[in-house]
Design a protein around this ligand. Structure first.
Ligand code: BF8
Ligand code: SF4
Length: 640
């Protein structure tokens, strides 16, 4: 069914580009969604299986029709296997990202990657100390080599729990994970195990399959945490910056280069090189008065926003819009969340789509392969290609929406603790905990995940945040959730003034003033990309440890109001295992199984404390999360 244009997005800039696309006959993700509708009811409920060549098999959700696949797999098995494989897909993605980082760190330590010096020695030492690497009397490169080797050892099967899991969660969580046999002992091996147990004729116990999915999700958590740690070591731990977001950050008089994807190994280097005088002179000589303008898209956008103040052009479901402005000269991608459609859309414009990774090529894109050995050289080639593309611009097609919002970003765990230390130097967590106890902060909600074509873009985010802020809930955000909040001006002190309840406003103002902002902190603390959900976990773990309780007792919740990817499934699953009630604003493909639905939304609570709350109405969802935080507060003996 075709959506009317207003149902597609809440964002003015995206809507204006969609109008342009419609007139120009350029098909976008929304048109392709309409062409796919109605989508298959078997798939939507998780009731189809193609795991072997006797299939595809489908199970009828109604009284009549097949109740088993050819092999005898029933609805519960099919649905559980589907979820487990989705978690494995997400874990493989975050694992690939983290492993790429670990290899680069090792090469850096060995002097084989000159473009990747270690920029944050104190983070390196902190990580080393946490994972048991000796630092005293050793060179930075010796320490880095050991950290990298321990990281790489986390990928294959070990006899002990994953280092990045065991050293970053509460003791109570480790005990819970051991009790239910879900401690991961290898990131890649967990993915392999999930694929094995869900292949033809292996695990036929739906609950056991789901425990396998949780084990794999905890490997995903470890990979996310590792990717964050190693990115900080190589590129610096983010600290607060003020920048801009939305499509208006593209400049008519500059060579516009969008960085899209996930791994900072590509984007950080391109961001560095784009500032070089010689390249900017070349851009100016080509007619771009303002030189080179680098902008971000999706999680890579978050990475360079946090570390380089680079503006975020767009994210997720509206990525195609950046090209349709007619002003984007190159879109440079690495891997994950890059729509294959970009190549076709780029063909309608002068934009050069550039792929960079051996595992992520797109026909018709230019492939400039990116390696540690010559990263800067490749980055320069990429910028030069963008300058060449700029010369081919069609002035008649340029329509940049004049829409931007200010966004404060860069709230790493270290930055948050640093800001709190300005209030209480000896005990930085104390102001946070005191305010939770006093009820000025009712609870904490981490927003994560994507935008989906199934929901009006940003509608769930914006409705939920208003409700939660009013109830004094501290908001953290990562991934495309950050993009949504940035676009709508929620990452500003003004949003705090406008939307925060009195208690929350007072806390954010006190910390903001102590930090020299002269006003409150922004309403949403932007913690980074999707792998940086680990940063939010770190804050929760620190609070739990300080209070002497486990994570499943804290008034901390998570929400993915508009989720899309397998990575989001993996993250949501580890959030549940970590003890967090986790909201989904889109119904996942599980309704075909009562057993699976029951485990995920209810039984998980008895085992882990966390569970999924599926609610498609954003205001009702916020209400449910507030109620859950109230329950948790009561459990801690606090006012609800
Ligand atoms: O890892 S939020 S659409 S960009 S999956 Fe993708 Fe979803 Fe965005 Fe980042 Ni995360
Ligand atoms: Fe059908 Fe079983 Fe094969 Fe799946 S594994 S396709 S249910 S026969």
């Amino acid at each position: 069914m075709e959506k009317n244009i207003k149902e597609k997005s809440l964002d003015r800039a995206t809507l204006s580009v969609l109008n342009v696309a419609e007139k120009a006959g350029v098909r976008t993700v929304w048109d392709r969604y309409a062409a796919q509708s109605p989508q298959c009811g078997f798939g939507e409920t998780g009731l189809c299986c193609r795991h072997c060549m006797q299939g595809p098999c489908r199970i009828s959700p109604f009284e009549h029709g097949a109740k088993e696949g050819v092999c005898g797999a029933n609805a519960d098995v099919m649905v559980a296997r589907g979820i487990c494989r989705a978690v494995a897909g997400g874990t493989a993605s975050h694992g690939g990202h983290a492993k790429h980082m670990a290899y680069t760190l090792l090469k850096s330590a060995r002097g084989e990657a000159a473009d990747y010096p270690i920029r944050d020695e104190s983070k390196l030492k902190a990580v080393a100390a946490r994972i048991g690497v000796k630092t005293e009397g050793r060179t930075i490169n010796e320490i880095a080599a050991d950290v990298a080797k321990i990281a790489l050892a986390d990928f294959s099967e070990k006899e002990s729990p994953l280092t990045w899991a065991a050293t970053t969660v509460t003791k109570g969580r480790v005990e819970t994970f051991l009790k239910f046999g879900v401690v991961p002992t290898g990131i890649d091996s967990s993915v392999a195990e999930s694929m094995h147990r869900t292949t033809y004729g292996v695990d036929a116990d739906p609950v056991n399959i789901l425990l396998g999915a949780i084990k794999c999700a905890l490997a995903d958590y470890s990979a996310c945490h590792m990717a964050t740690d190693l990115a900080d070591i190589l590129f610096g731990t983010p600290s607060p910056v003020v920048t801009q977001s939305n499509l208006g950050v593209l400049k008519k008089d500059a060579v516009n280069v969008a960085l899209h994807g996930h791994n900072a190994l590509l984007s950080d280097i391109v961001a560095q090189v784009a500032g070089e005088k010689e390249l900017n002179e070349k851009a100016k000589a080509a007619g771009a008065k303002e030189g080179i303008n680098v902008v971000g898209v999706c999680c890579t956008g978050n990475e360079v926003m946090m570390r380089h103040k680079i503006p975020l052009a767009t994210s997720s479901v509206s990525q195609e819009a950046a090209i349709i402005t007619g002003a984007l000269d190159a879109m440079v991608v690495d891997y994950q969340c890059i729509m294959p459609s970009l190549a076709g859309i780029a063909e309608c414009y002068h934009t050069q789509l550039i792929t960079t990774m051996p595992i992520a090529k797109i026909p018709k894109a230019l492939h400039i392969e990116f390696h540690e050995k010559n990263a800067k050289e490749s980055a320069r080639k990429i910028i030069e290609t963008a300058i060449e593309a700029f010369k081919k611009r069609d002035a008649a097609k340029i329509q940049i929406p004049d829409v931007t919002s200010t966004a404060y970003a860069g709230f790493s765990t270290e930055a948050i603790l640093g800001a709190l230390a300005l209030v209480n130097k000896e005990d930085p967590l104390k102001p946070l905990i005191d305010n939770i106890v006093a009820g000025n902060i009712y609870g904490v909600c981490l927003f994560a995940g994507c935008n989906t074509v199934k929901v009006t873009q940003d509608a769930n985010y914006t409705a939920m945040i208003k409700e939660l802020a009013k109830h004094n809930v501290l908001i953290l955000a990562t991934g495309c959730a950050s993009g949504a909040f940035a676009r709508h001006g929620f990452m500003t002190p003004e949003a705090t003034e406008k939307y925060a309840g009195e208690g929350l406003k007072a806390v954010l103002t006190a910390v903001g003033k102590a930090a020299g902002l002269g006003g409150p902190l922004p309403l949403v603390l932007h913690m980074g990309s999707c792998v940086d959900n680990s940063r939010a976990a770190d804050v929760a773990v620190a609070v739990a440890n300080k209070l002497g309780v486990d994570l499943n007792m804290l008034p901390v919740v998570a929400s993915a109001p508009e989720p899309v990817t397998e990575k989001a499934v993996a993250i949501g699953t580890w959030a549940v295992a970590a003890g967090l009630p986790t909201h989904l604003g889109v119904v996942p493909p599980v309704l075909g199984s009562k057993v699976v639905t029951g485990v995920l939304t209810s039984a998980a609570k008895d085992l882990f404390g966390g569970y999924f709350i599926v609610e498609t109405d954003p205001v009702a969802a916020a209400g449910k999360l507030i109620a859950v935080m109230g329950e948790r507060r009561k459990g801690l003996g606090l006012s609800a």
